[in-house]
Design a protein around this ligand. Structure first.
Ligand SMILES: Cc1cc2nc3c(=O)[nH]c(=O)nc-3n(C[C@H](O)[C@H](O)[C@H](O)COP(=O)(O)OP(=O)(O)OC[C@H]3O[C@@H](n4cnc5c(N)ncnc54)[C@H](O)[C@@H]3O)c2cc1C
Length: 253
């Protein structure tokens, strides 16, 4: 795990420019079935906000001890006319981020850094493979919404069951498959790796976007490399893992 400015995997400082700071203000918050809470935010300098679909912001979420902790959340959408961004929080438990989202009231403020992240659309690929669990629905939905017509995308999303599925909007030519855990909790498993193992690789040069629980992302990455994809054909990021508090995992081993 690396945070910006901290040493990278090989002990060398990462040469990334510092992330910009923003003070966001809550405009609205409401439930987005199944199991998410959407918070709509604005900022005085929102017109400067530029990002690529799939990128995230780092939110300074209030903690029970009175401090704040960093939590990464995908930009679900940007409404330029209204000057707002939306963020969808999976209500996975009584942890700081979903607790803040449930309680967020118009006028509340939150410090944010970003945007950040490299899991973004690669326009030169012949086909695109996107996989993830519930926490990745905002990223996958937003990438799909902004894919150009005619793009070929294969999408596998893990949910607890059928009631976890949502309607996805896209102009792309998509094959979307919901992969059900049949009620099992989200977490490390062979489920998505099995799907990726069985995926019939299309002709041409593809790009895979693998996000979700870190060990599941790592398994899928290794599977695709073993099946002949090169490292630069894969964007992989661990969004969460059991016991990890906030942060993000670069999966590049
Ligand atoms: C780039 C990026 C984008 C992300 N985008 C989104 C997004 O749009 N929406 C979203 O909901 N999440 C998203 N996540 C995941 C989110 O940042 C983590 O789930 C984060 O840990 C949530 O913080 P928390 O306060 O709920 O829990 P924490 O205080 O960080 O963790 C407390 C405990 O909860 C467990 N936990 C954390 N997340 C989950 C989970 N999803 N399911 C089960 N157990 C969990 C932890 O392992 C830990 O044991 C993203 C992560 C990254 C890196």
């Amino acid at each position: 795990m690396t945070d910006d400015g901290k040493p990278g995997a090989h002990g060398h400082p990462r040469q990334r420019p510092p992330l910009r700071n923003w003070t966001f203000r809550v405009v609205d918050s409401f439930d987005v079935p199944p199991g998410m809470r959407r918070v709509v935010l604005t900022a005085d300098d929102i017109h400067d906000f530029a990002y690529k679909p799939g990128q995230a912001i780092v939110m300074m979420i209030p903690l029970p001890d009175g401090g704040t902790g960093r939590r990464d959340y995908t930009i679900r959408s940007l409404d330029r006319r209204r000057g707002t961004i939306s963020v969808d929080f999976v209500l996975h438990g009584e942890t700081p981020a979903p607790t803040w989202a449930r309680r967020a009231m118009p006028g509340d403020t939150i410090e944010v850094k970003g945007p950040r992240g490299g899991t973004v659309f690669q326009p030169n690929a012949d086909w695109h493979l996107l996989t993830g669990d519930e926490t990745c629905i905002p990223a996958i939905a937003h990438i799909l919404e902004t894919m150009p017509a005619g793009t070929k995308a294969f999408v596998f999303i893990e949910t607890s069951g059928k009631d976890g599925e949502i309607a996805l909007q896209t102009q792309a030519e998509t094959a979307i498959r919901w992969v059900h855990r049949n009620g099992a909790p989200a977490g490390p498993s062979e489920l998505m790796n099995g799907v990726v193992q069985d995926f019939l690789l299309p002709l041409g040069r593809g790009h895979a976007y693998l996000i979700g629980e870190t060990s599941n992302v790592r398994r899928q990455r290794h599977t695709l490399i073993a099946r002949g994809l090169t490292r630069d054909q894969i964007s992989a990021e661990g969004y969460w893992r059991p016991g990890r508090i906030g942060g993000h995992d670069h999966v590049n081993d």
